[in-house]
Ligand binder design. Sequence first.
Ligand code: PLP
Length: 421
Amino acid sequence: MSAVAKSAPAVIVGTPPFDLARIRRDFPILDLTVNGRPLAYLDNAASAQMPRPVIDRLIQYETREHANIHRAVHYLSETATAAYEGARGKVRRFLNAREEREVIYTRGATEAINLVMHGYGRKFLTEGDEIIVSQLEHHSNIVPWQMLCGEKGCKLRVIPCDERGVLDLDAYGKLFNGHTRLVAITHVSNALGTINPVKDMIATAHAHGVPVLVDGAQAAPHLAVDVQDLDCDFYCFSAHKLCGPTGMGALYGKAGLLEKMQPFQGGGDMILSVTFEKTVYNVIPHKFEAGTPHIAGAVGLGATMDYLAAIGMDNIAAWEHALLSYATQQFETLDGVRIIGTAPEKAAVLSFEVKGVHPHDVGTMLNEEGVAVRTGHHCAQPVMQRFRVPATARASFAFYNTMAEVDQLVAGIRRVQQMFT
Ligand code: PLP
């Protein structure tokens, strides 16, 4: 099979709403060449790259500010505590949470979901209760709930999606019954890019008196998130997908719910007093932050919030949308390439199959061309099963990507097709 251009694509003249060249200079890693080609880093849904201001902030913290927090009166401890707690305020603003105490630091989205499973699920759910998830979930928003079901005798109910990767909202409405206790849904699908109408879905759940956790791991890097407007009960994200450090993330929870929940882990800092007879837990958010946390991670996350705020999430969303539209148009000129996930509302994720070529071979060949994409099941095996594929190749864009990188990707796919036919 050879690649044939179906028709000349309409060229989108993309002008980013920010100085893209200057932005790219903030990311030292983007200067790399891979296999003699300029790196086109299109694996941002897995992890985004870190800009110089965040790197510099981490260096500043490690060289001028580091100490343990909350527990001492000396200069460095107070400085580190101020940086750590100051970053919490930045996350609050980023999510538009009402109060800083509604922001809990976690290791990432995965830990945040596990925190809710332990803190809320294990306390409030019992045998026969039901949890609604969707067919589009990442494993981290399936497995913790399955563990809870196994322990408590609860049941998982699944919202199906159609051939485009759009959730069936009628089916969703019909899943509610007197046993439904929690909805846990992704805001944006990591495998397909579908943006779910979470605001409406939350309203539906609330009409049945059911709280909602939104997995924002793929939404927070790309859309302006307003947890008050969404009215979600929990929202979580990972810093490394937002150009911040790994091992860091945040959980937003409504204060009233967080206060009722049990702690996730026991240890230092999450207590007000301890005797052998009784422990009195600390107030939120500290009740959920046992032990010495990832202080540098929080400081780096704060710097990331500043960096993204300066560009503007709406500007980021607009440019990524332009990249996605252009890439989609270009893909449509390629015979033998199927886009998997064609929802009308999508974030900048392009999952695809090249006819006759295993996705891993597609990824390996694209790497030869300097193009970094992800191949595999994307930790979303139920999505792969839904689309009857073992794996896909996935290009995922960030605001620092260029139209030229899209061209490099498309040229790389043509080369893959030439090599395999
Ligand atoms: N949820 C979604 C939708 C994701 O895409 C990911 C990671 O890819 C996660 C959760 C888990 O994120 P982390 O591994 O950073 O905890």
